[in-house]
Design a binder for this molecule. Sequence first.
Ligand code: GLY
Length: 422
Amino acid sequence: MRVLVIGSGAREHALLLALRRDPQVTGLAVAPGNAGTARVAEQHDVDITSGEDVVALAREVRADLVVIGPEVPLVLGVADAVRAAGIVCFGPSKDAARIEGSKAFAKEVMAAAGVRTATSETIDSPARLDATLDRFGPPAGDPAWVVKDDRLAAGKGVVVTPDREVARAHAAGLLEAGHPVLLESFLDGPEVSLFCIVDGRTVVPLLPAQDFKRVGDGDTGPNTGGMGAYAPLPWLREDVYREIVSGIVEPVAAELVQRGSPFSGLLYVGLAITAKGPAVVEFNCRFGDPETQAVLALLDSPLGQLLYAAGSGTLAEFGELRWRPGAAVTVVLAAENYPGRPRVGDVVAGSEAEGVLHAGTARRDDGAIISSGGRVLSVVGTGADLSAARAHAYDIMSSIKLPGSHFRSDIALSAAEGKVHV
Ligand code: GLY
């Protein structure tokens, strides 16, 4: 099986490495990729938001399966174009991708499926801002305001703050830029990312993971696209995990079928485990980054065959997934000033070691690997438990050098110390 992977992050690097372990995968191509993925797959530069260009590339590389990593091409309908060309695709249709692309659609689907989520209100005019802020956050009852960019914002459009002025300034800035703003009630409890391979009504959950969205240790500073992750979650009870699958993901998948927008691909549910049980923070229509890097490090089943089964509508016959024992921890190395405008163009030393997954990297004409984005790379450590996986990840990180870069030193620490409580 020849597989074309679309995307250029550490998530796609992790997908390629896991695909390479599948004995049925005989060829790998990636577009546009990065300096790390170029060592694993044939690299091609196409406009990944163009269905026509992706189909042309899939034909050129004789792909049997196209795997679309990022949300933007999915929301634009690139998976529909690939399927229309008769090529098996892992990734939802434009219609089904609205579960991530349109927060209003996601809320409507969740309401119809009877799924617990935050209450929310969308505003598109500054005139309604103050009254809406008064209905959310303190003193309305929530400990903080949750202000979201209603459009796709790569995780960076969210501000969670107990400070009304900060919440107001973020919302006002978004409105001024012409973006509708979503205000949500605050969901209190540790967060879970659960990735499910879905083909219509069939749902195959992967290991649960947790990501770290704030830039600084102790969950301080602004939100980012993700600074680290770990899997599995020793503190998440098996019955709660089962409840998420049967009480949230399966009803949502069934509701999408019912609406004529069946989901085929990776349905990612982000939840808070509150005192009243799991509640949905968001759905995404693709693998999450950086959780994928940790989850796939533990997958023992053949990924190519799994994604092909989902893409070709035979997931129900795939059987139980197999997992490697132990735990995995991902730590992200970010460029100076990230999540603001990152410094780029510096040489990244030590990035060709095992366990390093590239994201914002490029190869210079002289062969050096240089930084080209905010999240430069992820390191992935594995071990018998979270403490061992953390030690492995930070050991790999210690050999990487990039001027001005930063990373969090507390990824998975609370969980390893048994300090995550619902
Ligand atoms: N880990 C957050 C995301 O992928 O959206």
